[in-house]
Design a protein around this ligand. Sequence first.
Ligand code: ZN
Length: 333
Amino acid sequence: MQDFVAALPKAELHVHHVGSAAPDTVARLAARHPDSPVPSDPEALAEYFTFTDFAHFIEVYLSVVDLLRTPEDIWILTHEVGRDLAAQNVRYAELTMTPYTSIARGIAAEAYVEAIEDARRAVERDFGTALQWIFDIPGESGLPAADVTLDTALRLQPDALVGFGLGGPEIGVPRPQFAPHFAAARAAGLHSVPHAGESTGPQSIWDSIDELGAERIGHGIAAAQDPALLERLAADGIVLEVCPTSNVCTRSVPSLEEHPLPSLVEAGVTVTINSDDPPMFGTTLNAEYEIAAELLGLDEAGLRALATAAVDASFAPEDLKSWLRSEIEAASA
Ligand SMILES: [Zn+2]
């Protein structure tokens, strides 16, 4: 099973740029900025990265944010995230980027976009993995952050930008306030992919569908509590980006055994399996596929179907999608 999952070509749809920084990447960035409190010694860093609780995750996340001080830092992170995805046979990923955090720290939006676009081309050349972007609003920073995110997306129009998202904590961040931003992004051809129903209830998912025009929902696991919502998701083909280990780490679900993934599938909702902030939650996309196989009782055919669902739900160009589907069909351990 493990070998088959590792060999399976995959598409990753819900993974955060900063949250994907591996310990060796962080060591490299820390060495570039010796005044940072982050250790640059790999062994100390491995320990620093061992997930303890949610507060610890936030601490690690913010310390990585603090290491991204120049466009070159952004380039290094993006290139190494691409390397780590390719090492797991992820052939295509939609990386969730939060340009606002870098812009607020003094990196010009133009330089940010140039760095990620250049790194994307290098990733494809060096590792063969295609990347596209989702720009997300850090919800906790409110409307000013939403303005900057939208402006960066629409004014600079990065080649690989395909989606507009909304992340950060859900509690105290009502989704409808961002309706004008999502309307403008959608009018410009971007897909709507907000987080909802992770740490809050079904209403945030309804709001995301009705007010933000969501085509996919980041997490969306709270839908399991609402039969009418499950029906709506299934009928309209709105896809959930499920990240099992993340949900346990953030205590959105008490344990993997109690994860609602099986009831979502049973209700006919299309689910995809993703990793969210993998090194910080001590996981990988391959580990998440193994967890899903366990929870859903999947054999190789079931795993192929799961990987194909992610390709179908992606915003990849059609030729890349059909190539990936045939690669998945041909996969063997
Ligand atoms: Zn997320």
